[in-house]
Write a protein that binds this ligand. Structure first.
Ligand code: SAM
Length: 380
């Protein structure tokens, strides 16, 4: 029996333009077995079939549409999309770049596979099974991935217990060596979405003649890239574990003499003497501080307070990278945080996002989460 998800009369216009997420408040009733392994039918209030999706009946998003139209996708759609996602990375040149061995191979809705994230670290993979529907397909996913490369596969799922809590992942990024903790860790281990921005920030730091201050440095990505480009750089993070890896990564690339790391709160006083500046580049990359639209104002306020402390430490001509990894804090919110911090002399010179291994499916606005605004300080 096919499970049917019936929309309310007032659910609004539903179709490819509204994106794949059907929310609990749009659903009138769910008929049939709550089987996450099979495809559920989406019907409107007149019983017209609109599409087919992956079911999680009790979640805030009970259905994620994978195919629009009256007929279901052809048998084997999941495996075909998974293979297509892997092939797309090769077509993008990522799988063949010897200097970059970590990248996202499957980006959930962006690759038509809601709930599934696969990150590649050298021969190893980290697989995130974010919904019951992809967890139900675990065996098929792992079989396909294991048939491609011989490395280890770490699976992040609700019930997952770490096999080896001390395990690490090793990779190269634009020719530099990194290691990061294997799951359980932040993200899948490292923040691969900022890969190309780390290289750009290093180039800007050279133009601004350094030094760089990197707040929320995690395993030292921005710092190591800047130091490798020839400028000195200071990383700040709250996590002792992240800083341990950051120091290790600086040493591995023989950059200890140009790097320093400080354990501190990026929303705190920022009064450590090493943070006094002036800096040629400041990177402000906080964690996801707004998980819903209600949190936006609070997040902008918190960012504004920190940016207010930091802006006097940015040299004229220098660059500020203000980042948001929350869909709810957009580019104009980053602008608003700067204005609230008193900035009157900053021009936005780049509007960046993640690399091409983090695709967004048109219509899926929530898939757009990472915004990196680059501002240059002008003498006005
Ligand atoms: C979005 S990640 C930054 C990623 C990093 N820039 C990179 O390129 O890999 C946010 C970082 O902020 C750190 N963090 C979270 N809360 C913090 C706080 N209050 N003060 C300082 N660091 C914090 C986390 O440990 C994490 O490393």
């Amino acid at each position: 029996m096919t499970t049917r998800v019936a929309l309310r009369r007032d659910a609004g216009r539903i179709g490819p333009e509204s994106g794949p997420w059907i929310r609990q408040r749009q659903v009138a009733k769910i008929w049939g077995p709550p089987d996450p392994a099979s495809l559920a039918q989406l019907v409107d209030h007149r019983d017209v079939v609109l599409g087919w999706g992956l079911l999680a009946p009790d979640a805030d998003i009970p259905l994620r549409v994978v195919h629009w139209g009256a007929t279901p996708p052809a048998e084997g759609w999941f495996e075909r999309r998974l293979a297509a996602a892997l092939a797309a990375r090769a077509e993008l040149g990522l799988a063949t770049d010897p200097g970059t061995t970590a990248y996202r191979e499957v980006n959930s809705e962006g690759d038509g596979l809601p709930g599934l994230v696969v990150d590649r670290y050298g021969d190893d993979r980290v697989v995130q099974l974010g919904t019951p529907a992809v967890a139900a397909r675990r065996a098929a996913i792992l079989e396909l991935l294991r048939s491609r490369t011989p490395g280890r596969v770490f699976v992040i799922a609700d019930e997952a217990a770490p096999e080896d809590p001390a395990a690490t992942l090793e990779f190269q990024e634009h020719g530099l060596w990194f290691s990061c903790p294997a799951p359980p860790a932040q993200k899948t281990g490292a923040y691969l979405d900022q890969r190309d921005n780390r290289r750009l920030a290093a180039q800007l730091a050279v133009r601004a003649a350094g030094p760089m201050l990197d707040l929320g440095c995690h395993v030292g990505g921005f710092v190591v890239h800047a130091a490798a480009a020839g400028v000195s750089a200071i990383g700040l993070d709250q996590s002792a574990r992240a800083l341990e890896f950051a120091r290790r990564n600086a040493a591995r690339n023989d950059l200890t003499d140009r790097t320093a790391f400080v354990q501190a709160d990026m929303f705190g006083a920022l009064d450590h003497p090493d943070l006094a500046g002036p800096f040629g580049v400041i990177v402000f990359d906080p964690p996801r501080i707004a998980t819903g639209s209600q949190g936006r104002e609070r997040a902008v306020g918190a960012m504004a307070r920190s940016l207010g402390r930091l802006l006097p430490r940015l040299r004229p001509g220098g660059f500020l990278l203000a980042c948001s990894c929350s869909h709810h804090v957009g580019r104009s919110d980053l602008d608003a945080a700067l204005l609230a911090a008193g900035a009157r002399d900053l021009a936005r010179v780049h509007a960046l996002g993640p690399g091409p291994d983090h695709p967004v499916w048109p219509g899926h606005a929530e898939g757009e989460y990472l915004r990196v605004n680059v501002y240059q300080r002008r003498d006005v």
